[in-house]
Design a protein around this ligand. Structure first.
Ligand code: HEM
Length: 271
């Protein structure tokens, strides 16, 4: 039996039309949509958890310059090898970047692909008037912005891992004019990550219980709590880098020396 659709060219010979050939009469439905959905959730979860860690590590600047210097050196392997290897940071960034691109690729297939699809979604949103449907749109818009803002930041980190530190970061944020990008990126990533983790928990029914509606209300409250906390922390962190960068604006490029080494140096100078 002939499969697919037949068309007739100028010669009168029949040709197979490639698009859609045989899809209708396949014996088994493809498992790929399910696999892709699972992968999208898994990469999203990994990125969401990474971002919690990221915000805490970057916020070490709020404790002191020395604390942030220590965190930077930890990731450069200084405490394991006795020497700094910024290449380790690049390797971590490369993994995160791959996850980021994979997640974006998988998510893209859910974006409205035409004005007609967009109008259909708007119709559904108005009809349902449910916060979770509206939040899905927040995911789409912030996700779209993250393509650009996140990539710019990741590429910078990938190529200049040695420029991370109290002065290096402060100089980049202030004198390198990165703070406007970080400000928008911060709101996008916290909204996207918070809503994303919440949707994962609802979708895969992680905390179902006997009262799913009640669980969802609790999860929603938890999500807004975490988002608000991370936004306040992120804004305070960004302000701290801006202040350091501003005060250091005449000495851009100078490397930070931790307090105890500065003291050692001073003592040696007086001997
Ligand atoms: C391994 C990958 C990453 C590394 C090593 C990294 C490192 C850093 C560092 C050192 C800063 C401080 C400012 C600076 O030095 O320029 C920073 C800030 C920031 N990063 Fe990342 N980052 C990574 C991935 C990401 C990703 C994937 C996102 C979101 C898509 C992100 C969002 C931000 C935001 C919003 C800030 C501003 C800080 C704040 O306001 O608290 N980063 N990052």
């Amino acid at each position: 039996m002939t499969r697919g659709v037949r068309a007739y060219g100028d010669t009168g010979k029949s040709l197979e039309v490639i698009a859609g050939v045989g899809l209708g009469d396949r014996s088994r439905k493809s498992r790929w949509p399910a696999r892709m959905d699972f992968l999208q959730s898994a990469t999203g979860l990994a990125l969401g958890l990474f971002m919690w860690g990221h915000m805490l590590f970057v916020a070490s600047i709020l404790v002191s310059n020395d604390s942030m210097w220590r965190v930077t050196k930890l990731f450069e392997g200084y405490y394991f090898f006795g020497k700094s290897y910024p290449g380790i940071v690049s390797a971590i960034v490369a993994i995160v970047f791959a996850l980021f691109m994979g997640h974006a690729f998988l998510a893209m297939r859910k974006f409205p692909a035409s004005y007609r699809q967009y109008r259909t979604f708007l119709g559904h949103r108005t009809l349902m008037a449910h916060t979770d449907t509206t939040l899905w749109w927040v995911q789409v818009v912030t996700g779209f912005l993250l393509f650009f803002l996140g990539s710019a930041h990741l590429y910078q980190m990938l190529m200049h891992p040695g420029d991370i530190g109290p002065y290096g970061s402060g100089d980049r944020v202030w004198s390198g004019h990165w703070w406007p990008l970080y400000l928008v990126l911060l709101f996008c990533v916290e909204l996207h990550g918070g809503v994303g983790l919440y949707r994962l928990a609802v979708k895969w029914d992680w905390f179902g219980g006997d009262d799913p509606d009640g669980t969802r209300r609790h999860l929603s409250a938890f999500k807004w709590g975490i988002t608000a906390f991370l936004l306040v922390l992120g804004l305070a962190t960004l302000a701290a880098y801006m202040k350091i960068g501003y005060e250091h604006r005449d000495r851009v490029g100078e490397e930070y020396v931790p307090t105890w080494l500065q003291e050692d140096g001073r003592q040696r100078g007086t001997q």
